[in-house]
Design a protein around this ligand. Sequence first.
Ligand code: SAH
Length: 348
Amino acid sequence: MNSIYGYSESDFENYLLSLGEKKFRAKQLIEWIYRHKITSFDEITNMKKDFIAKLKEDFVIDELECVKLQESSDGTKKFLFRLSDGNLIESVLMVNEYGYSVCVTSEVGCNMGCAFCASGLKKKIRNLETSEIVLQILMVEKYAKIKVTNIVVMGIGEPFDNYDNVIRFLRIVNNPLGLEIGARHITVSTCGLVPKIYEYSDFDLQVNLAISLHAPNDEIRNTLMPINKTYKIEELIKAIKYYIEKTNRRVTIEYILLKGINDTMACANELADLLHGLNVYVNLIPYNEVLEKPFKRSLQSDMKVFFDVLKKRRINVQLRREQGSDIDAACGQLRSKEMKREGLWEER
Ligand code: SAH
């Protein structure tokens, strides 16, 4: 049986047409599911009994079990969810001036193997189903009693390695009759799967793109991110240019500052050269140290110098504010001690 949360409006339309039903019922279904938040198909009042019986046969209205909820002193909340097959995933809710932002997980584990990232310590077990990504939003709204206004696909996993499900997820949460989360309020982050960046450039929703760059040249990037051996920086930049040309949207460049590795003035200048003339925005991220990794956070003074060099070179830049680090909810810290405890954790 399919989860009701895995179907986009056009999926419902195809389903309805295959049953000889009217297409417009897809819109009604979206409203029942995401506005009225039905927990049983019997709550639907404007459809025939036999059609409702058919829905019950074909779909389940499921949930994610919240096994743990941690709250940070800054208001950030981290949710640990158990999937129906027992796998555990995490989502993070952040409170901002502009609303409520959720960071969702896209895969169980991750195969990208970035040297500094704790999330990637666990090998990929499987893709998340579309419904499992959608449900993260719904469950966070339910438990925190808020309305999510922004989404970042920056939790565990590489979203472009689970492309189709992530795209379907974006369509569902963006639907104006449903959760109605504006495309401009959604950002997908990738470590640089170049072919998918091209595909994403042609996607019809105006969703944002973030690139985890973390190095100004191949030499350094090769040591940090295995993906760089497949897609070199030059190819990555070409793909970013294509995205900008196609969408007219500014791309976010994520750059973690790692002490003694990518945080020198020379690196800052090289980064400025690389990004010169591109419509990008650099997010400098203070590294969150993780027990399992040898990397250290850059000194405050070095971060400042790095920032100043970029500013002086007229690159749009900001130093990212940290949220939720005291509950291991900050970037790269999403890894569940619970999984270790339950023996579900397999180190690479
Ligand atoms: N796989 C995608 C989505 C994950 S986004 C991607 O790589 O973009 C998570 C972001 O946090 C990435 O930019 C990642 O490089 C960064 N990150 C990972 N470990 C971190 C750490 N320990 N401290 C700060 N940022 C980290």
